[in-house]
Write a protein that binds this ligand. Structure first.
Ligand code: ATP
Ligand code: MG
Length: 281
C-alpha cells in the first residue's frame, strides 16, 4: 500500500495553514504513519500561526495595508495631489455617463441597492464630477486622488475581491505631449513605493477608450493598475475640455504581489485573515 496519500480534508487543512504541499511527502505505507505526520505538521503550524497573530496584536503595529495606504498618500501629497473622499453609493445615471449601461459587461457586476442606486464599482464617475467643478478654476495643473472601497461581483477569486480598495489619481491641465510620460512617471513612483521591483507598462490605442496604459507585475503579469488620458471619448458626456491623465491602482493587488503571494484573499477586507495571518487556527 504505497499509493496512500493525503485525504482531501487534510489537504484543505494544510493549505489553510499555509503549508507548501510540494515540500511534503505525498505517499505513505500506512494510515497510521500518514495521520501521525499530519498531526505533527498541523500542531507545528497552529503553534506558529498563533504566535504570529499574538505578536501582531501585542506589538500594536500597523498592518501591511495600513502602511501601504499611508505611504501612497504621503507620496501623492509630495507630488502636489490633494485627497478627496466621495460617496460609496452612486447613481445609475452617473454610471450611464461612463457608458456603463445594460449592454456593458461591468453593469452586471454592479451591486444594486435600489433601481437607481448602487455601490460604486469604480471611482471614475465621482472623479469626473469633481473634474467638472475643478475645471472652472483658473490655475493648472490640478491634482487630486481618492483611495476607497469599490465593489464588483466577480467570479475569479484568486485575483479579485468583491470589495477592494482603489487608489485613483487625476492630474488635469498638462500639455498634451507630456501626458503619457508624466502618467508613466507617476505610475512608476507608486509601483516602487508599493515595493514592486519589477513591472511593465502595456499600452493600447482604442477608438472607444482612447489610449490606455496598464501596469502589470509579478511572475504571472497581473494587472495592478489601469490608466487613461483626456481628451477622452467620455469627456463630452461630462462637459470636460481640459487635458488630463488618471490611473486606478488596486491596493490589495499591489500588496499581494509585493508579498510574493499568488492569491489576493488574505490581503483584502476579511474575517478569515488579519494582516495576511489566518484567524481560524
Ligand atoms: P481585471 O481585468 O484584472 O479584472 P479590470 O481591468 O477590470 O481588472 P479596472 O477597472 O481597470 O480593473 O480597475 C483598476 C484596478 O483595480 C485593476 O488594475 C486592479 O488592480 C484593481 N481591481 C479591479 N477589480 C478588482 C477586484 N475585483 N479585486 C481587487 N482588485 C481589483
Ligand atoms: Mg483594467
Amino acid at each position: 500500500m504505497n499509493d496512500l496519500t493525503w485525504t482531501d480534508t487534510q489537504i484543505r487543512r494544510l493549505k489553510e495553514l499555509g503549508v507548501d504541499l510540494e515540500n511534503l511527502p505525498a505517499c505513505f505505507s500506512t494510515l497510521a504513519e500518514r495521520n501521525k505526520i499530519f498531526q505533527k505538521i498541523e500542531k507545528k503550524q497552529v503553534k506558529a500561526g498563533r504566535e504570529k497573530l499574538s505578536d501582531f496584536l501585542i506589538q500594536g503595529g500597523k498592518s501591511h495595508i495600513e502602511k501601504l495606504k499611508e505611504t501612497l498618500c504621503r507620496i501623492l501629497h509630495q507630488q502636489g495631489f490633494i485627497q478627496v473622499f466621495t460617496p460609496t453609493i452612486i447613481t445609475k445615471a452617473a454610471l450611464a455617463k461612463m457608458t456603463i449601461d445594460e449592454d456593458h459587461p461591468l453593469f452586471h457586476q454592479v451591486y444594486w441597492l435600489t433601481e437607481k442606486q448602487c455601490l460604486r464599482p469604480m471611482l471614475a464617475p465621482n472623479l469626473y464630477s469633481l473634474m467638472v467643478d475643478f475645471s472652472r478654476l483658473n490655475h493648472r495643473p490640478i491634482r487630486f486622488f481618492e483611495m476607497g472601497s469599490c465593489f464588483r461581483k466577480e467570479s475569479d477569486g484568486a485575483r479579485h475581491n468583491h470589495e477592494f480598495t482603489m487608489l485613483n489619481f487625476v492630474e488635469m491641465g498638462l500639455a498634451k505631449e507630456t501626458r503619457i510620460d508624466r502618467l508613466k512617471e507617476l505610475a512608476a513612483i507608486i509601483a516602487k513605493a508599493a515595493g514592486l521591483n519589477e513591472f511593465r507598462f502595456e499600452s493600447e490605442d482604442s477608438t472607444v477608450y482612447g489610449t490606455t496604459l496598464d501596469v502589470v507585475a509579478g511572475p504571472e503579469n497581473i494587472e495592478v493598475a489601469s490608466g487613461a488620458m483626456g481628451p477622452h471619448p467620455l469627456d463630452a458626456a461630462w462637459g470636460i475640455t481640459d487635458t488630463w491623465t488618471g490611473m486606478g491602482f488596486g491596493i490589495e493587488r499591489l500588496l499581494m504581489i509585493s508579498q510574493g503571494d499568488t492569491s489576493i484573499g488574505k490581503w483584502g477586507k476579511s474575517l478569515s485573515y488579519l494582516d495576511g495571518i489566518r484567524l481560524s487556527i
